[in-house]
Design a protein around this ligand. Structure first.
Ligand code: SF4
Length: 464
């Protein structure tokens, strides 16, 4: 199975979910609730899925390769009984797409059992692996979650919260972790809050998830975002919070708003759909194009296209139709198959675009191969002019924080100027939103976000 930039987009790596049931246990089927929570997070990872459940005495796990709906049958769900659960959907970050690397990971250690699921990526994983290796740790997987588990085991003489706080000193990078023992559920977010993690409530019980869309799906309500550097422990006595970040800083991944997160999610106080619409409006303020029609590259470009059309006073039409039944994983990574993949996924409506001067809005350009194909398809359908507008600045740098961006050299904006990219994709013009415009549209200060894939300024130092 290919794991890389199948869609010519940056790819999110994982989604996590956790629940501790103390109230109304008979009404909440814990594994089924976790299943639906993961179902809502499926866009964050399609390669493998897993759920671990504790009944207070032991942790039972089921995980496999595939989509959430493929991995779990009714029998699996019925067999996972207990009052604490964590779940994970994965799109390989560290380690190959194999079931051994699927999460949650479950271990026995000095104090009992522990289950872990992680979204994100450590930037010092190799150094930690070597350090732990010298203490005699052995590793079964390439995943960062196993490093965290080994660190926790190393500090197992401490109280769990203290052990976690010690781990936080060692862990560098971007991570949202859900961890369970037989008796408690834990949520941890990296010190800059790069990857998202939200805390919610379901019938008097605490839930954790990568995105609020998972809460909406299971009928839970958002309490708040887990703070950067915060450790949340939920047990039968309730919730305890420990703050480990000794500075008041954040670097929330701006790409969550641009592309990764579901538009119906709210992350760190920002509604994703509204953010995308505002990015489109900002694009229209920055670039006034003499055009007849605005279309989007569905689905991720649609909210921005609607915002653009509204601000520019131009009609919006669905000029590109998406085949919603295309899976991601069957497409082969050869150039030829990638180009066929675009046609399988998107088609033009000639009657709409014929003779028209088109503004086509997309959220980002990675390699440019999809944009090139779309421009060609629109030309074949009779479009008179095609102006491409991008609701993010040029993506010039790789992400080291749990997003699959491929190598820097493969990013078209890293090797070409905007005019040359326009020529490569065959558009009449190409415009990207400015960095300042992006931040303005999101109504926060620049230092609220990580925007390293645009600026090259990495908020956690990386070895490039
Ligand atoms: S480098 Fe880009 S994709 Fe990675 S965390 Fe920062 S903003 Fe997000």
């Amino acid at each position: 199975m290919y794991h890389g930039l199948i869609e010519d987009k940056f790819a999110d790596e994982c989604g996590v979910f956790g629940i501790f049931v103390n109230n109304h246990a008979e009404e909440i089927e814990i594994a089924r609730t976790t299943f639906y929570g993961l179902y809502a997070l499926q866009h964050r990872g399609q390669e493998s899925a897993g759920i671990a459940v504790s009944n207070g005495e032991e942790i039972v796990l089921h995980k496999a390769m595939g989509l959430v709906s493929e991995v779990f049958s009714n029998e699996h769900i019925d067999s996972l009984k207990g009052h604490i659960a964590i779940g994970h959907v994965r799109y390989s970050a560290a380690g190959a797409a194999a079931v051994v690397n699927a999460q949650p990971l479950v271990f026995h250690y000095l104090n009992g059992m522990i289950g872990l699921a992680q979204n994100g990526s450590l930037v010092n994983s190799e150094a930690l692996r070597q350090r732990l290796g010298t203490y005699g740790s052995v590793f079964q997987t390439k995943s960062d979650a196993e490093i965290v588990a080994n660190l926790l085991a190393r500090y197992s003489q401490d109280k769990l919260e203290d052990a976690l706080a010690k781990c936080m000193i060692d862990l560098e990078g971007a991570f949202a972790l859900v961890i369970m023992t037989e008796n408690c559920l834990i949520g941890v977010r990296d010190q800059l809050g790069i990857r998202p993690l939200v805390l919610g409530e379901l019938k008097g019980n605490y839930v954790l998830a990568s995105e609020t869309a998972a809460f909406d799906t299971i009928g839970a309500t958002l309490i708040r975002d887990v703070e950067p550097g915060e450790i949340i422990v939920v047990d039968k006595n309730g919730l305890r919070s420990t703050q480990t970040a000794n500075f008041n800083k954040s670097a929330h991944c701006v790409f969550e708003y641009i592309y990764f997160a579901r538009p119906d999610s709210k992350i760190d106080g920002i509604n994703v759909y509204k953010a995308r619409r505002e990015l489109g409006k900002q694009l229209a303020k920055e670039y006034k194009i003499d055009a007849d029609l605005v279309i989007s590259v569905p689905d991720s470009g649609t909210a921005a296209a609607l915002g653009y059309a509204e601000e520019a006073g131009l009609p919006f039409e669905e000029g590109l139709m998406k085949n919603r039944y295309i899976g991601r994983t069957f497409i082969q990574p050869t150039q030829q198959m990638r180009e066929l993949g675009v046609r399988l996924k998107l088609n033009t409506i000639p009657e709409l675009v014929q003779g028209k001067r088109i503004v086509m809005v997309d959220d980002s350009i990675v390699r440019g191969t999809t944009s090139k194909k779309l421009v060609q398809m629109l030309r074949e359908a009779g479009a008179a002019e095609i102006h491409m507008l991008i609701a993010s600045p040029p993506t010039k740098y790789s992400c080291f924080y749990g997003i699959n961006t491929s190598k820097k050299e493969e990013l078209i904006a890293n090797k070409m100027e905007v005019e040359d990219i326009a020529e490569f994709i065959g558009a009449d013009s190409l415009h990207y939103i400015s960095m300042e415009g992006m931040v303005t549209a999101l109504e926060r200060n620049e230092d609220f976000f990580c925007a390293a894939c645009f600026s090259g300024h990495y908020p956690v130092a990386v070895d490039i």
